[in-house]
Write a protein that binds this ligand. Structure first.
Ligand SMILES: Nc1ncnc2c1ncn2[C@@H]1O[C@H](COP(=O)(O)OP(=O)(O)OP(=O)(O)O)[C@@H](O)[C@H]1O
Ligand SMILES: O=P(O)(O)OC[C@H]1O[C@](O)(CO)[C@@H](O)[C@@H]1O
Ligand SMILES: [Mg+2]
Length: 439
């Protein structure tokens, strides 16, 4: 839960220039489709959340709304902008890059941006040279998945990165990345502030895992779980056609099981969903093996969906990490495949197990139309925020309104599936798996 003070957005200074969009924005008042720039978007959305609060709504926790401002901190046409994409791929990265460049060009008269290549590495002397991003260069990039700028993991020194921004005269840096990238962005902000510079850092939060808090939903997530749902359908068709058919689908989701839950709910085909947030046992009456065996006996086949971070307590962890310090998990998919095979053999039951792991296929694709629109609108919000001199923030959407969220907040915790929440309840209702699979 955040309080009003946690939701304040940092400004580089007083706005100095009239926006080319001023006439368009002037006179608009908050309504169901738009939030005026002087208004705020409430954090809470239930009556009980507001019980006991002071009567003045201005004291309630609320977000600064996204959108164009009448006055700008940076001069239209003269501002220098950098863009970087970091961390794992996600559907829509190219859409965000394209929309930032187009918004800068079309509305603010800024004809080009600097694209830093291969993530934060591109902001250091050891990295590849930056590229010029013009409307012509980015025009068709949204037709492809991935990122035209490339990406990377691995830590870079904030002082070195700020040196590079100063050297190139960058006024606004757009960081398109996940939780790790936002931690990196926060260090860049701190270094910029330490030197007393006027460089804005604006995040566009990206992760197919949907594990970033306070932003509503991350772009690319809908596309990713839609692709994952196709793999579940594949597993179901294979399982149904086989004798003692079991479809086992392993999906991405390091710490948060949103992809597994949504993909499973999408077409009602999963019998068991296993996620990092909810422990399960293999053995025992409610353990996966017995329940799965029963389900196959009753229905002829079954489908198990497992997120990569689920059931790690059942495995031996190596303690290894990737270049960014993220834990490298033991392979729960292979462990389940072997355990199920052994158990069915012990029971003398027929088993045809089809193991499906879509892996990168769910995140390297271009976004579905829903995500493409979301990418575009997040990018436009990010540009408006940067031009108005906001910094140390990311864009998001809450209650269907675009908002500004301090970076400190989005890196303060991880968003995950609540075991007592609506989403997990929906999964339990749809799969009819035991509520507690550890008993
Ligand atoms: N605590 C941190 N401080 C500074 N930089 C960080 C920190 N954590 C991560 N970074 C940097 O941010 C970049 C991306 O981080 P990471 O590889 O964890 O991906 P991410 O942004 O979390 O995206 P995703 O989890 O969706 O793949 C890397 O270059 C990494 O070194
Ligand atoms: O193999 P890579 O590129 O490090 O990415 C894998 C990780 O990235 C994520 O998709 C998050 O972007 C995780 O779910 C997954 O474990
Ligand atoms: Mg991450």
């Amino acid at each position: 839960m955040a309080e009003l003070a946690d939701l304040r957005i940092t400004r580089l200074g007083e706005p100095r220039y009239d926006s080319p969009l001023a006439a368009f924005v002037a006179g608009r008042r908050t309504n169901e489709h738009y939030v005026s720039e002087d208004d705020r978007v409430l954090y809470h959305d239930t009556v009980s959340d507001l019980d006991g609060r002071a009567p003045d709504p201005h004291s309630w926790p609320s977000f600064e709304p996204g959108g164009p401002r009448r006055r700008l901190f940076f001069a239209p046409t003269r501002t220098k902008v950098g863009i970087v994409t970091c961390g794992g791929l996600c559907p829509g990265l190219n859409d965000v890059i394209r929309a930032i460049v187009m918004e800068l060009a079309l509305h603010y008269g800024i004809g080009e941006a600097t694209g830093f290549r291969n993530g934060y590495l591109g902001l250091t002397p050891a990295g590849p040279d930056p590229v010029r991003l013009t409307p012509e260069v980015v025009h068709h990039i949204n037709q492809h998945g991935g990122t035209m700028l490339g990406t990377s993991r691995g830590s870079q020194d904030a002082e070195v990165m700020v040196d590079r921004l100063v050297e190139l005269g960058i006024d606004i840096l757009f960081v398109i990345g996940g939780d790790g990238s936002m931690r990196g962005a926060s260090k860049v902000v701190a270094e910029v502030a330490r030197r007393g510079l006027e460089i804005a850092v604006i995040g566009v939060p990206k992760t197919i895992d949907n594990d970033i808090p306070f932003i509503g939903q991350s772009f690319g997530f809908v596309t990713a779980f839609s692709r994952a749902a196709q793999s579940i359908s594949v597993a179901m068709v294979e399982a149904q056609a086989a004798v003692g058919g079991v479809g086992l689908v392993k999906l991405m989701g390091r710490h948060s099981g949103f992809i597994a839950c949504y993909a499973a709910l999408a077409n009602h085909e999963a019998d068991f969903v296993l996620i990092p947030e909810v422990p399960f046992a293999l053995d025992g009456p409610n353990g996966l093996l017995n329940c799965l065996h029963q389900r196959v006996k009753e229905r002829g086949s079954a489908v198990v969906v497992v997120a990569e971070g689920a059931g790690q307590d059942l495995l031996e962890l190596s303690g290894a990490t990737d270049e960014s310090g993220n834990a490298r998990f033991a392979d729960i998919g292979v462990h389940l495949r072997d355990s199920i095979t052994r158990y069915f053999a012990e029971q003398g039951s027929a088993l045809t197990l089809k193991y499906v792991e879509p892996s990168y296929a769910i995140r390297s694709v271009r976004p579905d139309p829903h995500d493409a629109v979301y990418c575009l609108r997040l990018a436009q919000s990010a540009v408006h925020a940067g031009m108005a001199g906001r910094t140390d923030m990311v864009v998001g959407r809450r209650h269907n309104r675009f908002i500004h969220v301090p970076i400190s907040l989005v890196i303060s915790e991880r968003y995950s599936v609540a075991p007592d929440g609506d989403l997990w309840m929906a999964v339990l209702e749809q799969t009819a798996q035991p509520v507690d699979m550890t008993l």
